[in-house]
Design a protein around this ligand. Sequence first.
Ligand SMILES: NC(=O)c1ccc[n+]([C@@H]2O[C@H](COP(=O)([O-])OP(=O)(O)OC[C@H]3O[C@@H](n4cnc5c(N)ncnc54)[C@H](OP(=O)(O)O)[C@@H]3O)[C@@H](O)[C@H]2O)c1
Length: 321
Amino acid sequence: MTKGTLAVLINSTQQNWLPERWKVRFDAVCGGRRVVLLPDAGLDPAEVHYAAVWKPVPGDLGAFPNLRAIFNLGAGVDALMADDSLPDVPLVRVAVPDLTHRMTEYVVLHVLMHHRQEPYLRQSQRETRWEPKYQWPASAVTVGIMGVGTLGADAAEVLRQLGFRVSGWSRSPRVIAGVECFHGAGGFDAFLRATDILVCLLPLTPETQRILNRDVFAKLNRNSPLGAPVLINAGRGGLQNEADILACLDDGTLGAASLDVFVQEPVPPDSAFWTHPKVVLTPHNAADTDADAISAYVAEQIARFEAGGGLENVVDRARGY
Ligand SMILES: NC(=O)c1ccc[n+]([C@@H]2O[C@H](COP(=O)([O-])OP(=O)(O)OC[C@H]3O[C@@H](n4cnc5c(N)ncnc54)[C@H](OP(=O)(O)O)[C@@H]3O)[C@@H](O)[C@H]2O)c1
């Protein structure tokens, strides 16, 4: 296969997404391949063979008639899947150890924060109160992970090593050593019933939209050693019913929530999530990824593909992830 041109299309003003810096990185790892930055008024769209994209505007990618593959520069492809005009070529998502490990750091940090009563202890410090509460062992706490794919399975393994009881829920059956695995609609209630800390690492698809709602929270372990179940969502904002989360925090159905993702990002200044005493908010940075690792991953995939090999981590368009 001829050496194709890689077009980089980044639609973000965030500091870590500066398009020029990505172009420099791709130039460095693409072994002489032509790399162009879009938009480029002088470029013939027929010259583009690969697109490396972040948040393209729907319709952008339909302009390239000779596209061979699209590389999304993140793990979640929900925004791309919503583009009806997306060309019918392989869509590859990012799955690199750097991203996986950072997500595991986030999950472990927030599980431990709630398990070790950090919000309560920081409040006690502010109020000059020396009032330790009983501390349960990790082995008394079940962390239930919704989505045990690349990210969920790695977090499960580290939490298990810390001594937590860990269970996972997926679409199809999974076997993970030391983790009790449930799947599908049939396994959902049993998974929820035992869960004290619910971690969501699902992709956003038509099936998972607003899956984090009152019905689900009400099924979590009502006898949790933590007092009330805790929610940690680092998947996508569209997975959560935000009014339900706030109402469930207020009436005790949930004890606390760590949220990295929101329906509207940035979260509007008047949102209750900013100030709610039981919410730990992070600005969708659970797993910012090293651009060097991602550009090297894309360059390697293209080189292998042109040499006749297969692409890895291709999205199944029918499943939506
Ligand atoms: N906050 C951040 O900074 C950040 C960063 C990166 C990624 N993310 C989010 O994390 C998500 C997961 O990433 P990943 O790399 O772990 O994806 P993945 O490897 O594709 O794993 C997805 C998991 O979700 C399960 N799943 C999908 N649909 C389901 C359904 N309807 N019912 C039950 N389980 C279902 C899958 O089940 P099977 O095992 O049966 O396929 C799989 O276990 C991404 O899609 C993205 O939205 C967030």
